[in-house]
Each structure stands twice: as C-alpha cells, then as structure tokens.
Design a protein around this ligand. Sequence first.
Ligand code: FER
Length: 256
Amino acid sequence: MVAAAPEGFDQYRENIPRGIIQAVEYPSATVGNSRKAMVYTPPGFSSANTYNVLYLLHGIGGDEAEWYNHAAPQIILDNMYDDNKLEPMIVVFPNGRAMPNDRAEGDLFDPEKILAFERFERDLLDDLVPFVESNYPTRTGRENRAIAGLSMGGGQSLNIGLNHLEQFAWIGAFSAAPNTLDPGLLVPNPDETAAQVRKLWLSCGDEDNLKHISDHMHAYLTEQNVPHIWREENGGHDWPVWKSGLYQFSQLLFQG
Ligand code: FER
C-alpha cells in the first residue's frame, strides 16, 4: 500500500540535489510541424547511465507546461529522490492536443480539439517516443516506459497504454475524463492485460463530477480480476488530487 502524500511533499527544500526541467521541441510527422514538450531529468542525471521514462499528460485546459505551471513537479520529484523514493527516471510532459494550434485557447470542447487528443496516440508513438529515445540515454523496452495523466490525459493514458501494452507496462489515470474508452474495448482479454501490466493505477477525488468514469473502470477491472490500484482521494477535479497521484504512482514505477 502506498502512503498518502505527507505534509510538505510539494514544498521546496533547500540544499538538496536537483533535477532539471526544460522545454524541448521535436519534429512531428503526425501533425506536420515542430511540437513542444517539457522534459525533467533527475538529480545526478548522466549520459553514462540509462533511464526509464514516464510520459505525464495534461488535462483539457492545459498544454505541455500545465503540470509545470500548476504543480511544480520538479519540486515533488526532487524531494522524492532526496527521500530515496524513486527509481531514476526521465519525465516527459507532452502536449496531448495533436494539432497545429495546440494552445489551450478558444472552445476547449471544439470537436477538432477533442479529435486532436485522439490523434496524439500517433504523435506519441511515432514521433515523441522515438525523439526521446534517440536524444536521451533511455531504456527502451515496454517495462521501461510508463504513461499517466490527469483527466483528459488520464483517459489518453488508459486508451493508449491499454491498447499498447507492447509499449507501456505501467499505466496511471488521475480523474480520467469521458474520453476514456469503454473498459470492455480497452481490456477485451483480461487475462492478457493482467499478465502484461506491471502497475495499473486509478485515482479520483470523491467530489469529482467525473468520478463515474473511474468507478466504471474500477468495477470492470475488479469483475475481470485485473490487478489494479484504486485510490479514492478527498477532493474534487483539482490539483491536490493530481499532485497526490503523481507522488503515489511515481514511487511504484520501474520496481523490480
Ligand atoms: C467531458 C468533460 C470533461 C470531456 C472531457 C473533460 C471529452 C475533460 C476534463 C479535463 O481534462 O479536465 O465531457 O469530454
């Protein structure tokens, strides 16, 4: 059982080793342009080593900088390394709205924009993952890749991860949104999913209007005997739940 995030987990600590978070751009054949992402490399990062990678996705109101702007994930992760709670990993923050204008502006529910969240699957698999794996010292097997996200990005993580267990062994969804595909479509062969997935994480705030999505997935996985972690948090559709999700899910990753 993972402990809930302790007091101060997201507070800046003086005098500890730090990772680096920075903006990058990669060529996207899927969208036909150069796309932005952010990348966090852990404290002590060295090209003499090789790293696992977590792809951490944003929600409908965000972009590649949403986690950085609202959650300061580099502080949470630096603290966790200081506490010896994490396997060394690179964290990549993509932009999950795969279209030429991928800014979170205008009508966020415009069908074109919703479609772009679906298109991201190809951008991720064909463009971003290859970019990351050829520009950073990465380990490149399914066991070395994790995908997780909040809300719209939680739905993407379940859709992409469960449909591509050959690419991702670790999957997490915080407050998954209605873009989440039907559990029966995502997990048509429960025994196969159970055998392949290393950790499947679902969490949601108890006051979140979208909680029925997570409830439905949890009920299906339970009925089909697919091992997973279900954590009902106190809170709504909001950052405390997602930061807590990052804290709890990340420390389960790449173990053993
Ligand atoms: C919806 C309600 C919420 C939906 C998406 C969301 C695609 C996404 C919310 C978020 O990312 O915070 O009906 O449909």
